[in-house]
Design a protein around this ligand. Structure first.
Ligand SMILES: [Zn+2]
Length: 449
């Protein structure tokens, strides 16, 4: 028996078998073993799971049966992540169009889930138990990297009224697993913010979980009111769902006295990547195949930014295969200092709509504009809307009233980035409303999207 076969039979096969169990605890234990495998071993394990997954959906999911027959493919043609490009991308529109045909004929109970999405139409899809157990186990593994375990108290700040209304299984499973309390963080008035701060002080959670914008706002409010939050024993703030800006990380960390751990994922795409204490953005590699593709759909090598496309191997009951997330990132080919073999994302640059385009066509991250406003005295909140290449609009919430001098500074700073001929309008507003989804977007470009 070769060394490789020995490895497959002694390590990878048992791990694969354990990962097939739909029991969150067993999956979490198995993930905690596999995270220490080498990157090569993890690729083998992932390939093994991928090929079993493809076999399963070929047999039982009418849509994929048809897609593969049309392309004259059999499961044997898809043996590893590289072979996935033989299959088409899955978009929100295709899910809507083929909803019934995407259900496995051997699916167990499925729960309907509805995500608002940060833009566009809501997506309705189905979640099976297998997928829920894997998503919960992946999150559980990541919280344990930060010393937070099942049973530790957690405060969840969720901004979306849509998601709060949903009777979704992930939430129920999570609430059972974690002693979790929810802060409905939308339409936040000053009184509500102070109420949440008080609640966090009473609960003394081990972990905060939710939108970075919400915890940043809570941190700012606590600081303005001289309320200490760094003596509650909070071990980590897990942030997700929005881009985490460096200034938010710094504020949250300083005020709550804990590190900030960035996560990337969505209800639709799954728990895709999470930061370890050494700063590596590790993929949930055993469960999710990540491809980075250019605008033509061609997979890109590590180091090059493109759209994140995911194949979730726990979704055989309602498959997500090459699902386009609309988010931008690059894969890393580096190893992490923590010693885990789990491959990493190099950077997550946010949604394509977080970018703005200068008059000369240069794409730049909205952060370039955000920093101009962050540095200005008296600016409490803002929203930047790039209406066209020639016109960008800025809404500002200003503590002491907008002065001509401030307007001039915004216009000078923005023109320096976007082009001298660009018209910059500045308007004072009393508040910046959240998007319909409940998320805050600080930069909206009608040009870049
Ligand atoms: Zn690491």
């Amino acid at each position: 028996m070769s060394l490789y076969t020995g490895l497959v039979s002694s390590v990878l096969f048992p791990l694969h078998e354990k990962l097939k169990k739909h029991d969150t605890l067993a999956i979490r234990k198995s993930l905690e073993q596999s995270q220490w495998l080498s990157a090569d071993q993890l690729h083998d394990l992932q390939a093994k799971r991928l090929s079993a997954f493809v076999e399963n959906i070929y047999r039982h999911v009418p849509y994929y049966r048809q897609v593969m027959e049309e392309r004259q493919l059999t499961p044997a043609d898809i043996q590893n992540a590289g072979d996935l490009r033989k299959l088409p991308f899955l978009s929100k529109n295709l899910i809507r169009e083929h909803f019934e045909a995407l259900k496995s004929d051997i699916a167990g109970p499925l729960n309907r889930f509805n995500t608002g999405g940060s833009s566009g139409q809501p997506l309705i899809f189905l979640l099976g138990n297998e997928r829920v157990s894997h998503d919960v186990a992946e999150k559980w593994r990541a919280t344990r990297w930060w010393g937070v375990d099942i049973g530790d108290r957690e405060i969840v700040a969720w901004g979306s009224p849509i998601e709060l209304g949903a009777q979704d299984k992930i939430r129920l499973a999570r609430d059972k697993l974690f002693r979790s309390e929810l802060i409905p963080a939308f339409d936040m008035t000053r009184e509500k913010l102070l109420g949440f701060i008080e609640r966090i002080r009473q609960v003394k959670p081990a972990m905060l979980f939710g939108y970075p914008s919400v915890f940043d706002l809570l941190a700012k409010t606590a600081e303005q009111n001289d309320i200490r939050m760094d003596n509650l024993g909070i071990r980590v703030a897990f942030v997700t769902s929005e881009r985490l800006y460096p200034y938010q990380r710094e504020n949250i960390s300083r005020v709550f006295g804990c590190p900030v751990a960035n996560g990337y994922g969505g209800r639709d795409a799954g728990f895709i990547a999470h930061e370890c204490p050494q700063g590596g953005m590790h993929l949930s590699f055993e469960d999710i195949v990540v491809e980075i593709v250019d605008p033509q759909g061609t997979p890109l090598p590590p180091g090059q930014s493109g759209e994140i496309v995911v194949t979730h191997l726990g979704t055989s009951e309602f498959p997500f295969v090459r699902y386009r997330t609309g988010d931008i990132a690059a894969l890393s080919d580096k190893a992490c200092g923590c010693g885990r073999g789990l491959p990493m994302l190099e950077s997550i640059e946010g949604r394509s709509t977080d970018f703005v385009v200068a008059a000369d066509g240069t794409m730049m991250h909205g952060l370039a504009l955000i920093y101009i406003l962050r540095d200005m005295e008296g600016v409490d909140a803002f929203k930047i809307t790039q209406e066209s290449l020639q016109h960008t609009h800025v809404d500002l919430v200003v503590k002491t009233g907008l002065t001509d001098k401030m307007t001039q500074r915004v216009q000078d700073g923005f023109k320096a980035r976007l082009g001298q001929g660009v018209d910059i309008s500045v308007c004072e507003v009393s508040e910046i409303p959240a998007e319909k989804s409940g998320k805050y977007r600080y930069v909206v470009s009608k040009v870049a999207s």
